[in-house]
Design a protein around this ligand. Structure first.
Ligand SMILES: NC(=O)c1ccc[n+]([C@@H]2O[C@H](COP(=O)([O-])OP(=O)(O)OC[C@H]3O[C@@H](n4cnc5c(N)ncnc54)[C@H](OP(=O)(O)O)[C@@H]3O)[C@@H](O)[C@H]2O)c1
Length: 305
């Protein structure tokens, strides 16, 4: 069976299975990458205020000439805007040059309090991040539900939420998150999180599918063996793994040939999927994204899954 090109969100809307990542895509490069991707088969762009390049992403969208309604645009509420979701959203809409988003995510279940050290990545005098540990994530979600009900975004979701955090959110949500965007790859498959999200109608999205900067997971011998067997690149195996698993995947590239090849999803056999699904359990578990504010977010449990 051919792999899915789209998945359905819990509010009935469709989301393209592959989206172009834009983290660390420099201004000066990302405009061309976004425009090229949209002219060459992509219809889904993953952006965020903290990436500092939403203005250029917006320019790339315009350059492409593709009508807005044919593009699925995701962005994320940055941690320093958790107490004012409408304001954070407005900044993103203005930078991207659009009046609505297809999907808006809470970037991390953490509120950072801006201070004189930085507006976006504030630190305390001792160098730790200025996290507001008393902040209730249910309040952030309530504000997300408000912008959703006001029609400014077509779907809302979360990113970097582990099961304990989702369990807390579930106690009060009136809108079920459409998506949870998390680090996912064969070395961090998060099987328990996937089961939980499946049961609750939340679609997972895979970030850092290649292992982030420099695509280090491509060098893994087990991945290379499956790539050789299927006569494709290691990148194709790592990216296709997610779509075969019913998960959206967000590979980032600013190089035209890679942008094209990264969108070509292959069908993986159940034997290959079993190998990929089992690698982490053989002592190869690995988490790549561990930000300074990533304390106590359920990450430890993720390693065990
Ligand atoms: N929600 C979150 O907290 C969160 C966190 C991390 C990422 N994300 C999202 O997920 C996206 C993807 O994750 P990521 O950017 O961390 O990393 P990634 O997509 O796993 O890897 C990107 C790296 O791989 C290289 N690359 C891409 N395609 C390749 C190919 N076919 N062959 C060899 N190298 C290749 C890229 O270089 P070139 O650009 O030079 O090709 C870049 O160095 C992000 O851009 C962002 O949109 C979200």
């Amino acid at each position: 069976m051919a792999p899915s090109t789209h998945f359905k969100l819990n509010n009935g809307t469709q989301i393209p299975a592959v989206g172009l990542g834009t983290w660390r895509s420099e201004p000066g490069q990302v405009r061309q990458a976004v425009s090229f991707a949209l002219k060459n088969g992509y219809s889904h762009i993953d952006a965020a205020l903290i990436y500092g390049n939403e203005h250029e992403v917006g320019q790339g969208i315009k350059d492409s000439g593709v009508p807005r309604e044919k593009i699925f645009i995701t962005s994320k509420l940055w941690n320093t805007h958790q107490n004012n979701v409408a304001e954070g959203l407005q900044k993103t809409l203005e930078a991207l040059g659009t009046d609505y988003l297809d999907l808006y995510l809470i970037h991390w279940p953490v509120r950072l309090v801006p201070n004189e050290s930085s507006a976006l990545l504030p630190v305390n005098p001792d160098g730790t991040r200025s996290v507001d540990r008393s902040w209730d994530q249910n309040e952030t979600w309530r504000q997300m539900e408000e912008v959703y009900k006001a029609g400014k975004v077509n779907a809302i979701g979360v990113a970097n939420w582990s099961i304990p955090y989702l369990e807390e959110l579930k106690k009060k949500w009136t809108v079920v998150p459409a998506v949870n965007q998390v680090e996912l790859h064969p070395f961090l498959p998060q099987h328990a999180l996937k089961d939980w999200c499946d049961k609750n109608g939340i679609l997972l999205e895979a970030y850092s599918p290649l292992g982030s900067e420099g695509a280090p997971l491509m060098a893994n011998p087990a991945i290379q063996e499956i790539a050789k067997k299927n006569d494709v690149s290691a990148a194709a195996v790592l990216i296709s793994y997610h779509v075969n698993r019913g998960v959206v995947v967000l590979p980032k590239s600013i190089k035209e040939s890679r942008i094209v090849s990264n969108s070509q999803i292959i069908s993986l056999s159940s034997e290959d999927m079993d190998v990929l699904n089992g690698l982490a359990a053989q002592g190869k578990a690995k988490r790549i994204n561990t930000p300074l504010f990533g304390w106590d977010l359920g990450f430890e449990d993720w390693y065990k899954q």
